[in-house]
Write a protein that binds this ligand. Structure first.
Ligand code: GDP
Length: 432
C-alpha cells in the first residue's frame, strides 16, 4: 500500500495530526512504553483506501540544529514515501525552518501537500494565505486538535497518493528475460536444445551479426521466455582456454541483461572456482536465480554425499536459491525449471508494505534485540522496502548493526514473507 510521510518541525502539531489521520485506537497504542514506542509507521484507512502513514519525527535524526533535522526528515521522506505532507503552524506562519524544508520538498518527484495546522476557527483562515509563499501549492487549513477540515485534508491526500506504490508501476512488458549461464561444458547448449525441443524451430528474436548477442524465445510450460545472448550457445561455439576472459565478459553481460539466471553446475564434478565466480556474478548483479544441477544421470550415491558437502560451502551467499537436479541428456526434471523461474521472479518483484514490515520488525527486534555495541543498544527506528528487483530493505537505526544481525533479519524476513530465489539486500542508515 502507498506511503504518506508527514514532515514538520516540533510543536506544529504533527503527532496530533498523525493521530487524527490514523484514528484514536493507534494513538493509545503509541503511548504505551516498550516496543510500540519506537513505531513511526501506522496503517490508515480513509474512504475505503488503505495507506501507511509515517511520522518522520519518530526517526529522530538528531542532526545538528533544528533546521538540519527537519531538512533531513524531508530528505528521508522523499526517499521512502509516495507522497509527503508538510505540516506548518498557521498561527506562527512560515518560519525559516519551514522554508528550508519546503526548499528540499520542492525537488520531490512525488506529490507534496501543505497542511496549515492550528486553524481552530474562521478568523485564522486569513493567515493561511501567506503560506503560498512556500511554493508547495495551496495550503490546506486544518485543526488537528479539533478535527476541523481534517476530512478535506485526507481527501486531498488520497487524491495525491498513487493507487499502487511507485515500485510496482514499472513492470517490464513482454517475455521475462533469462540468462543460461555456467562454465564451459556444463551442458548449456544441451539444456537449451532440450528446452526448445530438438525438432522445433526456435524463434531468434533479434537477428544480428556473428558477434552480436542474439536472444532466443523459448516456450516453457505454456509461457514465452526470452533467453538472452544464446547465439554462441546455439552455434555450439567451444571456448578455447585463451577465450576464457571473453567468455566471462559474455556471462556477465548475459546476467546483466537478464532478470533471472539459471546457473548450471555439473553435478558429476567437484564445484570449481569458475562455478563460484558465476554464482558471485549473479548475486552481485542482484538477479533472481535458479540452480540447475546438471548431468544428474552420472551422479551415484557417493558423489551425492560429496556434493552435499560441497554445496554447503559453495552456496553460502545464496542458500535461498532453489536447486533442481536435472539431466539435459535424459530430460530429467527439466520441466521443473519453469515453475522455479516463476517463483524466483515473484520474489524478485515482491514488495512488503511499509506498515506490515514495521509491525513485523518491531516484534522481531523486541524478541531478539541487536547485540549491544560499546555499551549502547542500537535501535531500529523505521524500515521500508525501498526497492524491488531485487528487494531492498532500508533500515534507519540509531547505531551500527552487525553483519550477523543483518543476516538474521534477512533470514526471518524471507521466512515471514516467503522470498525464495531472489537476493534480498539490506541497507542500514545510521542516524546519530
Ligand atoms: P556447454 O559448453 O555448457 O554448452 O556444454 P554442452 O551442452 O556443449 O555439453 C558439454 C558436454 O556435456 C557434451 O558432451 C554433452 O553431451 C554433455 N552433457 C550435457 N548435459 C549432460 C547431461 O545431463 N548428462 C550427461 N551425461 N552429459 C551431458
Amino acid at each position: 500500500q502507498p506511503v504518506l510521510a508527514v514532515v514538520g518541525r516540533p510543536n506544529v502539531g504533527k503527532s496530533t495530526l498523525v493521530n487524527r489521520i490514523i484514528g484514536r485506537r493507534e494513538a493509545v497504542v503509541q503511548d504505551k512504553p516498550g516496543v510500540t514506542r519506537d513505531r513511526v509507521a501506522y496503517d490508515a484507512l480513509w474512504s475505503g483506501r488503505r495507506f501507511t502513514v509515517v511520522d518522520t519525527g519518530g526517526w529522530d535524526p538528531k542532526a545538528e540544529g533544528l533546521q538540519a533535522s527537519v531538512t533531513q526528515q524531508a530528505e528521508l521522506a522523499m526517499m521512502t514515501a509516495d507522497a509527503v505532507l508538510l505540516v506548518v503552524d498557521a498561527a506562527v506562519g512560515a518560519t525559516a525552518t519551514d522554508e528550508a524544508a519546503a526548499r528540499v520538498l520542492r525537488r520531490a518527484k512525488q506529490p507534496v501537500l501543505l497542511a496549515a495546522n492550528k486553524v481552530d476557527d474562521e478568523r485564522l483562515l486569513a493567515d493561511t494565505a501567506s503560506l503560498w509563499s512556500l511554493g508547495l501549492g495551496e495550503p490546506h487549513p486544518v485543526s488537528a486538535l479539533h478535527g476541523r477540515n481534517s476530512g478535506d485534508l485526507l481527501d486531498a491526500v488520497l487524491h495525491a497518493l498513487p493507487a499502487t506504490p511507485r515500485e510496482s508501476l514499472g513492470e517490464s512488458r513482454g517475455p521475462r528475460r533469462v540468462a543460461l549461464v555456467g562454465k564451459p561444458n556444463v551442458g548449456k547448449s544441451s539444456l537449451l536444445n532440450r528446452l526448445t525441443g530438438e525438432n522445433r524451430a526456435v524463434v531468434d528474436a533479434v537477428a544480428g551479426t556473428t558477434v552480436d548477442p542474439v536472444d532466443s524465445l523459448v516456450d516453457l510450460d505454456g509461457e514465452m521466455w526470452r533467453f538472452v545472448d544464446t547465439a554462441g550457445l546455439r552455434k555450439r561455439v567451444k571456448t578455447a582456454s585463451g577465450m576464457e576472459y571473453y567468455a566471462s565478459l559474455r556471462t556477465r553481460a548475459a546476467i546483466e541483461a537478464a532478470e533471472v539466471a539459471i546457473v548450471l553446475l555439473d553435478a558429476s564434478e567437484p564445484i570449481s572456482e569458475q562455478d563460484l565466480r558465476v554464482l558471485t556474478m549473479v548475486v552481485d548483479a542482484g538477479r533472481a536465480c535458479v540452480l540447475a544441477m546438471n548431468k544428474w544421470d552420472l551422479v551415484d550415491e557417493d558423489r551425492r554425499h560429496q556434493l552435499t558437502k560441497e554445496l554447503e560451502r559453495g552456496l553460502v551467499r545464496l542458500p535461498w536459491a532453489e536447486r533442481i537436479n536435472v539431466s539435459a541428456l535424459t530430460g530429467r526434471s527439466v520441466r521443473k525449471l519453469a515453475p522455479a523461474l516463476r517463483t524466483a521472479l515473484t520474489s524478485w518483484d515482491q514488495r512488503v508494505p511499509t506498515g506490515q514490515l514495521n509491525s513485523w520488525l518491531s516484534e522481531l527486534i523486541a524478541a531478539t534485540p541487536p547485540p549491544v555495541r560499546s555499551g549502547k543498544q542500537p535501535k531500529v527506528l523505521f524500515a521500508t522496502q525501498a526497492q524491488t528487483r531485487p528487494p531492498t530493505l532500508v533500515l534507519f537505526t540509531s547505531g551500527f548493526l552487525e553483519a550477523g544481525y543483518r543476516r538474521f533479519i534477512e533470514r526471518r524476513f524471507r521466512e515471514r514473507f516467503g522470498f525464495v530465489g531472489s537476493p534480498v539486500r539490506i541497507s542500514v542508515r545510521v542516524r546519530e
